[in-house]
Write a protein of this length. Structure first.
Length: 255
């Protein structure tokens, strides 16, 4: 029968204590790293929130005009909701977005500079622009400043993860007049084509001249109010959100 060495229990106890010590030190180091990351992230959040508040104060006039626009023009009724939707999307994906936050000084500073240039350009061109285009340029500069502040505070990796919510903010920018008029005209023309086809299909005699339809004792015009610009924008926003939330593949989202 083999005899057990007297030193074996002591050696096993020492190995056990050494292993327990390494595990404890590992947990302690991980806790310190986690605490440090929480403090750093909290600092970033404070800096970004302060920057956001200062931007609201700086752009108080354009933002007030934007809210008034959203109530005055039905095709801008969605604008005031866009920042809240973007914040909600970032909150839902916060663990993925902020898992590896780093300061992004280079790109962030460049975007802040671009936003400042756009703001100055809007001020310089203000006498030459109508109210819609002045507001469009001002809000575009604000969105660029917000995106630049986010990149500066959280870095490129976090910004790539939050790319959709950040770009979604562009939907709060009023559409420039020349693009808006073009879109409304194309929608009017499309509506007129559908109406003309329906009249022909049911056999109603009609004379068409552009967007005006002449029937016996009745004249119909497809006006701007009939273009469906509001419903088209609402459908676009709904499709973008549904694609982002329901589709997993980046290729499918792009398509």
């Amino acid at each position: 029968m083999r005899r057990q060495s007297k030193g074996t229990p002591l050696l096993s106890l020492r190995e056990s204590n050494s292993l327990s010590g390494r595990i404890f030190r590992g947990f302690e180091a991980a806790s310190k790293i986690r605490l440090h990351m929480v403090r750093v992230t909290a600092g970033r959040n404070i800096y970004f929130i302060l920057f956001f508040i200062l931007s609201l104060i700086w752009f108080q006039g354009p933002l007030s005009a934007l809210v008034a626009f959203s109530f005055q023009y039905e095709h801008y009724s969605h604008i005031v909701l866009m920042p809240f939707v973007s914040v909600g999307l970032i909150y839902l994906e916060r663990k993925r977005i902020f898992s590896n936050a780093r300061y992004g000084f280079g790109v962030g500073t460049a975007l802040l500079f671009l936003g400042t240039i756009l703001y100055g350009l809007g001020k310089k061109l203000a006498p030459l622009l109508n109210e819609n285009d002045r507001l469009s340029l001002a809000i575009l500069s604000l969105v660029m400043l917000w995106i630049g502040g986010f990149v500066l505070s959280y870095g490129l990796q976090a910004s790539r993860a939050a790319l959709f919510p950040l770009l979604f903010l562009l939907l709060m920018v009023p559409i420039p007049s020349f693009l808006l008029e073009k879109a409304i005209f194309l929608l009017q023309k499309g509506s007129a084509e559908i109406v003309h086809y329906l009249f022909k299909m049911v056999g109603v005699p009609v004379f068409r001249e552009g967007l005006v339809f002449s029937l016996p004792g009745l004249t119909i015009e497809v006006a701007k109010e009939c273009s469906g610009i509001r419903s088209s924008l609402a459908l676009l926003i709904a499709m973008l959100l549904a694609g982002h939330l329901l589709l997993r593949s980046s290729w499918k989202k792009a398509v």
